[in-house]
Design a protein around this ligand. Structure first.
Ligand code: ADP
Length: 174
């Protein structure tokens, strides 16, 4: 099932929360900063242990990595790196879909039954929220066809974002 929550993702009692991280995975602004602050410094230490695939890159755009949640109510943090929006012609939709697909797969591999996503890429990375939400919901629906027992929360940080998701979920089997 899918649901929408308006609020701070760091407070959610789910198996995994998803972090809109950057490639180096050492914290940043927006939701990333909030998650690191709430999880405590052990999260940074765990991120440092994630091997670099090339200098300065622990998680390439579209991929996902998992760490414990430490002081968070969530058991795990799944770090994924959304695309920076450059007009839509630079494979941003594909990369954003990869974020949702890879995060959901990693959650399932780790036995999670519930996961919460922020609106990946729609803050500092500039992805138009309506377009991003359509991709998020499409990928969640696709995943639920084979993992019907996963509870997927879209954690919106503004009423406007929540209204967009409400529209997308309306009238659909959630
Ligand atoms: P990105 O760099 O991927 O764009 P941001 O963190 O800048 O990531 O923004 C992604 C989304 O997360 C935005 O909608 C922003 O409002 C939202 N956000 C920021 N802080 C939180 C939080 N504590 N809980 C949930 N969502 C948050």
């Amino acid at each position: 099932m899918m649901k929408i929550v308006l609020g701070d993702i760091t407070t959610l009692e789910v198996d995994a929360i998803v972090n809109a991280a950057n490639q180096v995975m050492l914290g940043g602004g927006g939701v990333d900063g909030a998650i690191h602050r709430a999880a405590g410094k052990e999260l940074l230490e765990a991120c440092l242990k994630v091997p670099e695939v090339r200098p300065g890159v622990r998680c390439p755009t579209g991929e996902a990595r998992i760490t414990p949640g430490f002081n968070l109510p969530a058991k795990f943090v799944i770090h994924t790196v959304g695309p920076v929006y450059r007009g839509g012609g630079c494979k941003e939709p594909e990369k954003l879909a990869d974020c949702y697909r890879n995060s959901l797969a990693l959650a399932a591999e780790n036995g999670c039954k519930s996961i919460a996503f922020p609106c990946i890429s729609t803050g500092i990375y500039g992805y138009p929220v309506g377009d991003a939400a359509r991709i998020a919901v499409r990928e969640a629906r696709e995943f639920l066809k084979t993992h019907g027992d996963m509870a997927i929360t879209f954690c919106c940080f503004s009423q406007g974002d929540a209204a967009i998701y409400e529209d997308l979920l309306k009238g659909s089997a959630q």
